[in-house]
Ligand binder design. Structure first.
Ligand SMILES: CC(C)(COP(=O)(O)OP(=O)(O)OC[C@H]1O[C@@H](n2cnc3c(N)ncnc32)[C@H](O)[C@@H]1OP(=O)(O)O)[C@@H](O)C(=O)NCCC(=O)NCCS
Length: 149
């Protein structure tokens, strides 16, 4: 059984999420999340999926305006990828942000993950670009449409 949770900044679950982000998103690029200044993350919304007491997936949302938020740092632990966990996490993040009044979500997908976001209803915006040394694609989804799409 897995469970969607909202994560408080600097909580035990936030520490676990940071370890997961480091392992899945930073270390493969030769980077270390612990060297980054994360103080601005106090103002972000943090989310995760728990299995027991272990955070096996995480993501965060940055409020850009009253109606627009940016999704970042989506990561699913290696042993749990391709089992519907990322989909469960993102759908629940969307529902949570919709409840808070957000109407438009934006994200910069790694090119390797574009297909995942397309399956969840995100559309490409503009051309591919380089960021943290790898190709990315800006994508958007309106929350005014059905979340089932
Ligand atoms: C990308 C990621 C978040 C997806 O989460 P996941 O739990 O593995 O994906 P799910 O099992 O929920 O997949 C949902 C659907 O998307 C598809 N999918 C998953 N990853 C995909 C990918 N990289 N490319 C294309 N399709 C993908 C699945 O096949 C599934 O399709 P289905 O509904 O038809 O069966 C996860 O694999 C991950 O953390 N990858 C490494 C880090 C990364 O790239 N993060 C995103 C940075 S923008």
């Amino acid at each position: 059984m897995t469970q969607f949770i909202e994560i408080s900044f600097l909580s035990e679950n936030y520490d676990q999420a940071c370890q997961l982000r480091n392992e899945i998103l930073r270390q493969p690029l030769g980077l270390d999340l612990r060297e980054e200044d994360l103080s601005a993350e106090a103002d972000y919304f943090h989310f995760g999926i728990l299995e027991g007491s272990r955070v096996i997936a995480c993501g965060l949302a940055i409020p850009v305006s009253a109606v627009k938020a940016k999704i970042r740092q989506m990561a699913v632990a290696g042993a749990f990828q391709n089992q519907g966990i990322g989909k469960k996490l993102l759908y629940n993040i969307e529902a949570s942000l919709q409840q808070r009044g957000f109407e438009l979500l934006e994200l910069d997908a790694r090119a390797t993950a574009v297909g995942f976001y397309q399956k969840l209803g995100y559309e490409k915006v503009g051309e591919e670009f380089q960021s943290v040394s790898i190709p990315h694609q800006r994508m958007r989804k309106s929350l005014k449409k059905s979340l089932q799409e």
